[in-house]
Design a protein around this ligand. Structure first.
Ligand code: PFF
Length: 460
């Protein structure tokens, strides 16, 4: 629609719509499924502290940079770099983002499909009377089954494509405005239930009490990757959403509110999960199965468990959906604006090609386990490469671009809405994106990949 003469480009219609959509993108499986298990595997409190530092010092400035690029160009990630730096290699940053969208969406819809299965199981009271061994065997049987997870995954993709197909105002904004408040209510109810369980305090200690001996290069890279993944930054999702933000909105405030909401929900997810995990004597580092194995067992043992299981998996599906639409939108915006496909064709093409990679990802969990390198199957590989390599690399390029290649006046005009806002933070922001963020990202990244060996093991 955007490029048809005289038809205004679709955009968000309200401030609350902008926040709901961007927070909807940020808050997702990354907060509720990935954050607790990555924090659990990487030392709990110590991880949280580093994670928090990365959000404030790097995440918010990268997010703001994406908004600046998007809103100033009114373009998808590839088009945006083409406009700002024609005939240069910068548009490749946009293509890196499009590839990351393919990678992320394919493994993300696998997990989103699992959430639908578990929502269905919760509804059937399917966890009743099962111990961890049974639940774990059942999760593995389902995950590696092939057909069943594939069906759920594709159902999920259809929901995603439906909303994206409807466009920005009547699709993304409309649905995120309903779903996000619902998600907040559900997670608060779950948090309250969890901290009021006997023995919950141990879980809170695990999450909030930092044990610095746990910090290694790997932990730091994981925290960086998790902060990028969780904020949806480093691949142009927020360039795309930024391009739909109205000229009157305050970009700085928006980036801050979205990051704060995302962090709050990750912490609430930790508060909902760890006390329950400890209260029932389960290992916090249970890995990717944490919410699919341990939580069903916990739900089964606690009062009101049927209800809590149901709303938990509903929460997880909603959170996933408001994120998958933002990732698909990156590819759809590119196809419709750069290759001039209509939104309908673009959505169909994007969703179906991603679904193909998604099939390989889901099948790599079992029937096609041949799709592996070492101990990582395709699913693990795409998750690791996208979160820990592509997003930090994309984020690095984005801050370098805004910091060193965009005209300072243009950036400041965008931050201050052409003089209407004071944007007093602009010099601090500029300092961060020119020096602090690039050096920090490059250092953590190279170290985490094992190129420096300063803090111990550097493998992924
Ligand atoms: N931020 C989402 C989450 O935490 O689940 C995942 C995600 C969405 C990553 C969009 C990247 C992205 F562009």
């Amino acid at each position: 629609m955007a490029l048809i003469e005289n038809v205004p480009r679709d955009s968000f219609s309200s401030r609350i719509g902008v926040i709901a959509a961007a927070a909807g993108s940020a808050i997702g499986l990354g907060n509720i499924w990935r954050f607790p298990y990555v924090a659990g595997e990487n030392g709990g409190g110590a991880f949280l502290l580093i994670y928090f530092g990365f959000i404030v010092l790097i995440g918010v400035p990268v997010m703001l940079s994406e908004f600046v690029i998007g809103r100033s160009t009114q373009s998808n990630p590839v088009g945006a770099f083409k406009r700002l730096a024609p005939k240069s290699f910068w548009p490749l940053t946009g293509f890196l983002g499009i590839s990351a969208a393919f990678f992320i969406l394919s493994f993300y819809t696998t997990v989103s499909g699992w959430t639908l299965e578990y929502l269905f199981l919760a509804f059937k009271d399917g966890f009743a009377g099962k111990d961890v061994t049974t639940l774990s065997a059942e999760f593995d049987a389902f995950r590696t089954n092939g057909l069943r997870p594939l069906i759920w995954q594709n159902i999920f993709m259809v929901f995603t494509a439906f909303i994206v197909f409807k466009g920005i105002k009547n699709g993304i904004e409309k649905y995120t405005k309903i779903l996000m408040p619902l998600l907040l209510v559900i997670i608060i109810i779950l948090g309250i239930r969890s901290v009021t369980l006997p023995g919950a305090s141990e879980g809170l200690l695990f999450l909030f009490n930092p044990d610095f001996s746990k910090i290694t290069g790997k932990v730091i890279l994981e925290a960086l990757g998790q902060s990028f993944f969780s904020l949806s930054i480093g691949m142009g999702t927020l360039i795309t959403y930024g391009s739909y933000i109205g000229k009157k909105e305050n970009l700085g405030k928006t980036a801050l509110s979205v990051s704060a909401a995302d962090t709050l929900i990750a912490i609430l997810a930790g508060v909902a999960i760890f006390p329950a995990v400890f209260a029932f004597g389960i290992a916090p580092e249970a890995g990717a199965g944490l919410v699919f194995i341990t939580l069903p067992m916990i739900f089964d043992q606690m009062a009101g468990g049927y209800f809590f299981a149901l709303i938990f998996f509903l929460l997880l599906s909603i959170a996933a959906l408001t994120s998958t639409i933002s990732v698909l939108e990156v590819v759809v915006a590119y196809l419709s604006e750069e290759l001039k496909l209509g939104r309908k064709k673009a959505t169909l093409l994007a969703a179906s090609t991603i679904a193909l990679l998604g099939v390989a990802c889901t099948m790599s969990q079992g029937p096609w386990s041949i799709l592996s390198i070492g101990k990582y199957n395709l699913f693990d590989l795409l998750e690791l490469i996208s979160a820990n390599v592509m997003l930090p690399l994309g984020g690095l390029l984005i801050v370098l671009f805004v910091g060193w290649f965009m005209a300072k006046d243009k950036i400041f005009a965008e931050l201050a809405n052409n003089g209407k806002l004071s944007a007093g933070f602009r010099y601090v922001y500029l300092f961060i994106i020119r020096f602090l963020a690039p050096v920090a990202i490059a250092f953590v990244f190279l170290h985490g990949l094992g190129i420096f060996g300063f803090f111990g093991s550097g493998d992924l």
